[in-house]
Write a protein that binds this ligand. Structure first.
Ligand code: MG
Length: 398
């Protein structure tokens, strides 16, 4: 069998790095057709030397020139920006698109990949938060397979195979609870950026690590699961499971719970997606249940994790609310990482943003994109609105 030819978006991020380590490990199964990154040009240069892609995409035109000078002899095609990403995912030689792009920048290339009938290994939850309905419509129309690499969705994907969708009672997403699950509530005003970046179980990028600490990440994952699996919000539960061993579960009408368990290592769900329907023999430490001894589960405390409730309320509100919340969250997390505000102000700014949206939606001059998402442009406009209104709130209250 020919190796699967991969277009990898976000090649210099943490998902990109894990994907490349699997490609390196299984050269007879996978090869890199193209790579795309935003800023880490030096890392990209090393990746080009090692994996010899046919195409690369960088963000800015000066980076295009920089790469042209470095690779004068080779036939490497160098493209630029969002348009470059959309071109790269459609290439006829690409079998599988893997996207590790963080944030709303992932939406257009993901949709383009689906429209071109490519199978998509998907880690960009923002695409579903911004435009879930649109996204799934395109996937169903084109017959593309959407393989979720996020550990929870991957576990649910695996737990649904071989069962009838109408027999599902609920999806149960597990959450680690982040680094502050045991911190007394009065300590929340003292949380530093460094402490928030220490995730107890997973190694991930900065934005998603902060989102895990607030549990906004879990809220966005509920929205993602709702669209991806076509299950209504009332049938999706979140439980805190501090060991991050049970990655999620599906409950069926006969009382059976089907789960996927494994080490908290992103390479496992990623390898599942890349190899699908085959499983790759990974040389990782085995999960030893007896050494583990016990597993714990508890309900998330809404006072400790207000961002989780905000995300669920946004999905209930529907229309543009999840996209606005996502844009606002990106802005407020950026501000927290720049040390402009306290950790516990993340949720209060987002609460104010969602109230503002509610007020705007009553106004006759409310733009259509704040009511309904009918296109990618609407989704991106709602996301931008959330981001800019949140920046405005930050500037006017600091
Ligand atoms: Mg996750």
């Amino acid at each position: 069998m020919n190796p699967k030819s991969i277009a990898l978006l976000g090649s210099t991020g943490s998902i990109g790095g894990s994907t490349l380590s699997l490609v390196r490990q299984f050269p007879d199964r996978f090869k890199i057709h193209s790579l795309s990154c935003r800023r880490s040009i030096n890392v990209l240069v090393d990746q080009i030397k090692e994996f010899a892609p046919k195409q690369v995409v960088v963000e800015a035109s000066d980076q295009v020139n920089q790469l042209r000078e470095l690779f004068t002899e080779s036939e490497l095609e160098i493209l630029c920006g969002d348009q470059g990403n959309c071109e790269l995912v459609q290439h006829p030689d690409v079998d599988l698109v893997v996207t590790g792009i963080v944030g709303s920048a992932g939406l257009s290339p993901c949709l383009q990949a689906l429209e071109s009938g490519k199978d998509l290994v998907f880690g960009n939850k923002e695409s579903l938060v911004l435009a879930g309905e649109l996204f799934m419509q395109v996937a169903h129309r084109s017959g593309s397979r959407v393989l979720p690499m996020d550990s929870e969705h991957n576990a649910i994907y695996q737990s649904l195979i071989g069962h009838r969708r109408e027999d599902v009672v609920s999806l149960i997403l597990t959450a680690s609870g982040g680094p502050f699950r045991d911190l007394p509530l009065e300590g929340f005003s003292e949380i530093t950026k460094e402490a928030a970046l220490q995730h107890p179980n997973w190694e991930m990028g900065n934005k998603i690590t902060i989102d895990s600490a607030t549990m906004m990440n879990k809220g966005l994952e509920v929205i993602e699961a709702h669209w991806l699996f076509g299950i209504p919000l009332e049938k999706i539960e979140v439980v805190i499971h501090r060991e991050s061993i049970v990655h999620s579960l599906v409950e069926y009408v006969d009382g059976s719970l089907i789960a996927q368990l494994g080490q908290p290592d992103m390479r496992i769900p990623l390898a599942y997606c890349l190899g699908y329907p085959e499983r790759l023999p990974l040389a990782l430490p085995r999960l030893n249940l007896c050494e583990l001894g016990s597993l714990h589960f508890e309900n998330p405390d809404p006072v400790r994790y207000p961002c989780l409730g905000l995300a669920l309320a946004a999905l209930r509100q529907g229309g543009a609310a999840p996209a606005v919340l996502n844009g606002g969250n990106e802005a407020v997390v950026e501000a927290f990482l720049d040390e402009e505000l306290h950790f516990n102000h993340i949720a209060s700014y987002l609460q104010r943003l969602m109230l503002l949206l509610e007020r705007w939606r009553q106004k006759p001059e409310c733009p259509n994109y704040l009511q309904h998402i009918n296109s990618v442009d609407d989704a991106l406009a709602a996301d931008r609105w959330g981001r800019s209104q949140l920046r405005h709130l930050l500037e006017t209250t600091s």
